[in-house]
Write a protein that binds this ligand. Sequence first.
Ligand code: LLP
Length: 400
Amino acid sequence: MIQFQALAQTYGTPLYVYDFDAMKEQFESLKEAFRGRKSILAYAVKANSNLSVIKHFAQLGSGADCVSIGEVRRALMAGVPKYRILFSGVGKRDDEIREAIQSDILYINLESEGELSRVEAIAKELGVKARISIRVNPNIDPQTHPYISTGLHDNKFGVEIDAAKRMYIHAKNSDNLDAVGIHFHIGSQLTQLEPIYEAAVIVADLLRSLQAIDIELKFFDIGGGLGVRYNDETTITPYDYAQAILGALKGIDVTIICEPGRFLTANAGYFLTKVLYEKQNGAKRFVVVDGAMNDLIRPSLYNAYHRIEAVGKTSEATPVDVVGPVCESGDFLAKNYPLPAMEHNDLLVVHSAGAYGFGMGSNYNTRGRSAEIAVENGEARIIRARETFEDLIALEREYL
Ligand code: LLP
């Protein structure tokens, strides 16, 4: 049991707390599901990019799926071997492409024909062959929130099957491109297996048709997206997930790459916030807390549900909006959430905050971002200090 009250006392609030043992369990359960198959789990750094979190996964044998050169640098700094680092994303700048090639990472995931040309040109300038993979958009509805759906032609991600084929043929004839993989990622917080299976079948078929024209790829990159339980969702088990992928791949000898983010970190993270006041506006009850949308934006942005625990409170719960100090009506952590009567300094623990929590934070309203704490084997340690006012203004000029 994590001692939330003691942590809040020692480190102050708002505060992010990560259970490193729980992260390890999640990693191992997914690794186990692919046992006996050549596979790489490449942690999706965007879910929680704290260097200590990345290092924790690196020490378990993880690779890293990165979406900016900044994330690639983080992965390298945290000790992820370069041969397990991928660079994905729909809009890479020339300088990012150049640095990725020079860093000699496993491959760059391409998302357009324009990008293929840029990577080829930059590899030519550098006098090397760039390892690439192509993100295919299989046009499958992943049945998740529209903001985190990525596998439909309506979404900006990936290329159509025909374009992918053209790109592989182009790469085969190029002196500066080495196509090593094929990639798809249809969305995040997936709770239905069927769409993943259908997408895998479509992409595996493409892989077969490429083999037929002598294009051999080593890596089958299935993206991330495994959903987790925030409330009462039924989720996909790692075993069923792996079996579906293996089923789609039958007969093809490739290394499977999986890019889990949320699955590894979401339920291992907690956001601690203290009550400032209770107030009533007419019939409406509010609890105002010291954490806000700049710390955890998921409720405001996606109307996402996060379980909230009122530590040590047992009185009868009634519906309340849990709101932060930011000057926006959209600044809430929960709406109509059943909570007991709260008093100044009572502690709330917001659950499932380990993925897309701190990382999506901002300094809006000149609020410094929270400290981050790791708990491992019963010991707590600080892995990112609380931001100070001086940190926030450090880059500003001409104010004197
Ligand atoms: N691979 C690619 C290419 C991705 O775009 C993503 C997530 C992942 C892997 C990791 O997906 P995961 O396993 O975490 O589902 N901010 C949103 C989620 C955005 C996900 C973006 N891409 C949220 O808070 O729900």
